[in-house]
Design a binder for this molecule. Structure first.
Ligand code: FAD
Ligand code: DLZ
Ligand code: SF4
Length: 505
């Protein structure tokens, strides 16, 4: 009997489990652009356009490879506008009940597809280095699930950067070398740019053009070949500096030396292990130094795999956690309302333009601000899920709920990622162009990060005062004289009041 093989918009891999198990001569691939997937969050228009273009081009590649594909375009009159609806419609057309699914990357869709009145066979998504069973086995019985130890197991498992059973160069982690401040000049012109599909741009402009984010200029790769070309370009021109300036931020430089491949990996256009092998080769041939190559490989086989493990281990309620009881509404500046904070303006502005910000901007600028200001983590999560082209819940939620907002109570992070303006000043040149003064701890021009930092520590004293990694900060706070502490807290409170009132702050 003919079976339907579902390929989702982030499963665009020729080696997808479902395709490997299918019979090309008999089975039918189902792909569908649907409103339900385009609206479960108000995605950045570039992300929707990227998904639809990549889906259409992947369907073309499948057809060229001899597959039969039933592809639903968003505007097809018969389109039922949900993945489940399209499977039911195609099943009735083909007079079959057999469906093969490669497991989706989020609970919402897993649950929706579980309930279909069809005979659904779900295969694990094996485009990852660690299976769910591998991660559960690693986590079993551990008091703390720290990424670093998981990462070492992944190094052993993949044999990447290994010298026998020892790490290449003698150390597992070269992060210490990867914290150089903002350089005066960036000697990399950024990612390769590609031609978009105008029909998709018109469709997305018409249907989702009011969502936050600029649809054009659109330059993402949308085929595996172009994504590979983009990776090759980055390895040649940026990888050698990637490590040194991994945490640095510069006004007007949205990409620095970052790879801009998260969206390609997460959609399936690049394979994580193949990417790591290619990057490892850049080290063995002497093209790139160990701190850059190890730093990069750790992000992929360490962080990327680890956050996926946490998402599935922690279950459906993970995105609703609010360990610090934060309730403030997400400030309007996240949706483009002007702000006087230059660092926030840069991070949000480039997000609006490119559906991209690099890790430190996400963690130490926007994430840090939301955490210090006490924003409801569910709203922070919803924002990150919507605005980045690489955002899917399995990877976004642990990074936001866990790493950035400490809302999971410390499963991912051993302490909250908070900092005063000083960190941003050290790692960027943003403060030079800001209306606030990073040196000022109080007063009308004081950097809001400085005020809110102490406000956070003070209001969460009971929770964190005994944290060995935070004791030092409480000692500094406690040594300040009472009048200074009162001034900091009252100015922070007044500043938050202005924020809530919708003033331009
Ligand atoms: P590079 O800096 O060049 O790194 C290379 C690759 O490493 C990335 O493409 C990515 O695949 C992987 N990687 C690096 N850090 C992480 C991490 N913490 N978790 C998972 N993979 C990682 N990444 C996403 O893919 N989707 C998200 O929705 C997402 N949301 C984030 C939200 C917050 C608050 C934070 C702090 C981080 C988030 N990240 C997310 C991780 C990271 O910021 C992005 O993967 C990275 O910025 C993508 O840009 P790049 O391809 O240029 O990455
Ligand atoms: C992100 C996205 C969008 C915008 N649209 C579609 C779509 O129309 N059809 C589809 O199959 N997938 C889409 N996707 C990706 C899915 O949302 C993604 O597969 C799920 O979030 C599961 O992780
Ligand atoms: Fe950001 Fe403060 Fe620096 Fe302004 S002074 S850019 S708000 S850290």
């Amino acid at each position: 009997m003919v079976r339907l093989i579902l390929v989702l918009g982030n499963q665009l891999s020729i080696g997808l489990h479902g395709l490997r198990k299918a019979d090309k001569a008999r089975d039918i691939v189902v792909m569908a652009e649907v409103d339900a997937e385009a609206t479960y969050t108000p995605h950045h228009p570039k992300k929707i356009a990227f998904t639809f273009m990549a889906m259409r081009r992947f369907a073309d590649a499948l057809r060229a490879g001899g597959w039969t594909v039933r592809y639903s375009k968003l505007d097809d009159p018969d389109n039922t506008q949900s993945i489940g609806g399209e499977l039911i419609r195609r099943a009735s057309e083909q007079d079959t009940r057999g469906v093969v699914i490669t497991a989706p990357g989020e609970w919402r869709l897993i649950d929706a597809l579980d309930d279909l009145p069809l005979r659904v066979h779900t295969l694990p998504d094996d485009r990852f280095i660690a299976s769910h069973a591998d991660f559960e086995g690693w986590a079993e019985g551990r008091k703390q699930l720290r990424m670093e130890y998981f990462y070492r197991d992944m190094r052993r498992k993949t044999n990447l950067l290994m010298d026998g059973d020892k790490p290449e160069g003698g150390k597992w982690n070269y992060d210490h070398d990867n914290r150089k401040p903002a350089p005066d000049e960036i000697k990399h012109s950024g990612p390769l740019e590609f031609e978009p599909d105008q029909e998709v741009l018109d469709l997305v402009a018409r249907r989702y053009g009011d969502n936050f984010g600029d649809l054009t200029p659109f330059w993402f790769a949308t085929t595996a070949q172009d994504a590979q070309a983009s990776l090759d370009h980055w390895i040649t021109f940026a990888l050698p500096q990637f490590g040194d300036f991994q945490d640095a931020m510069v006004t007007g430089q949205p990409f620095m030396y970052h790879a801009i491949i998260g969206l390609y990996l997460n959609a399936g256009l690049l394979d994580p292990f193949a990417v790591c092998k290619q990057v490892e080769a850049a080290y063995t041939t002497g093209h790139a130094p160990l701190n850059a190559v190890e730093g990069f490989i750790r992000q992929i086989i360490g962080w990327r795999e680890y956050v996926r493990g946490i998402y599935f281990l922690e279950g459906r309620d993970y995105t609703q956690r609010n360990g610090l009881d934060h309730t403030r509404d997400l400030p309007e500046m996240f949706w483009g309302k002007p702000t006087k904070m230059h660092c926030m303006d840069q991070a949000i502005g480039q997000t609006q333009k490119h559906a991209y910000a690099h890790h430190i901007q996400r963690l130490m600028v926007t994430g840090n601000f939301a955490l210090l200001a006490g924003v409801d983590p569910a709203q922070v999560h919803a924002w990150y899920l919507a605005v980045y082209a690489d955002a899917y819940e399995w990877v976004e939620a642990p990074n936001v709920i866990g790493m950035s907002q400490f809302a999971d109570g410390g499963i991912i992070a051993s302490k909250p990622y908070i900092s005063s303006g000083n960190y941003i000043h050290k790692m960027s040149n943003y403060c030079k162009s800001c209306a606030y003064r990073v040196q000022d701890k109080t007063g009308k021009d004081a950097c809001p990060f400085n005020l809110l930092y102490w406000h956070f520590l003070d209001r969460h004293r009971d929770r964190f005062v005994k944290n060995p990694r935070m004791g030092n900060m409480y000692r500094i706070w406690d040594k300040m004289d009472d009048a200074k502490r009162d001034t900091v807290l009252s100015e922070a409170t007044a500043w938050l009041k202005k924020l809530d009132a919708g003033d331009v702050v």
